[in-house]
Ligand binder design. Sequence first.
Ligand code: SF4
Ligand code: ZN
Length: 309
Amino acid sequence: MPCKNCLNKPVIKLTNNNIQLCKQHFIKYFERKVFNTIRNYKLIEKNDKVGVAVSGGKDSLTVLNILIMLKNKIRKFEIEAIAIDEGIKGYRDETLENAEKFCKENKIKLHIFSYKKEFGDTLDNFLKKSKMKACSMCGPFRRYLLNKKSKELGFTKLATGHNLDDEAQTIMMNYFRKNIETSARLGPITGILKDKRFIKRIKPLYFMTQKEVAAYAFLKGLTAEFLECPHSSDSYRGDVMKMLNDFEAKYPGTKHSIITSFIELLPMLKESYKNFMPINECKTCGEPCSQEICQTCKIVEILKKNGNK
Ligand code: SF4
Ligand code: ZN
């Protein structure tokens, strides 16, 4: 069967509607859908200074590429990039090289912050001396630095490369762990409260599947390699990802259904949880948190006790 729109050879079959598209029509479809998400959910407004969280992988370079295209069209906002170097040898050093190269070629200012400088050591070294799972340590550190540094850099929004698969996993993880109030903060643009201490996060790839993002990044030549973090499968998220992939293979469209159902529920969730969790300031670092001490400072304290710092 040829492409739905022309007679060319298809490069991809879309999972939610069985449509096949050729390279040219797939790229058009992809970009239009992302631009629609940005417009429909008002992800970017006039005079925004958007920080793009780049890892150098396919998702973040796709977001950056599309935002550069949008900026060239409407020129009413600024873009800079921010990267976190966790210190994962053989993975992050390589993806960061990609990010640096891409930003240089596209004249985008890139700010890099490392765990070594900010927390005292690399993730690789912290893990050698701690029993914590990699992502339980790395996730909070990463979120912490992105929020703190984005504010310091004056970003009004932080764009991330989260795609439909990532969000479907997070929604299911929150169900399984009875974390519904956390789900109220999800969606294409995050946050329930208007609070200057939290940088608003935007997810332009919210409605694009992992497979579509990988195909786009490959066809546009954004990255030659598709490296995965060596710790990504060794986590709760990794298990949920495998489960959803199996389900999707057996019942195509499952992930789209999770997202469309969730989008319907989201306004109710936001309303229900708008006054939930009084937000304190961490007594150690001053960053917003729900308890007296934020999770990052707690982990840093444990690592110090273990003699890691
Ligand atoms: Fe960090 Fe886990 Fe993500 Fe790897 S998969 S970068 S360890 S949060
Ligand atoms: Zn803190």
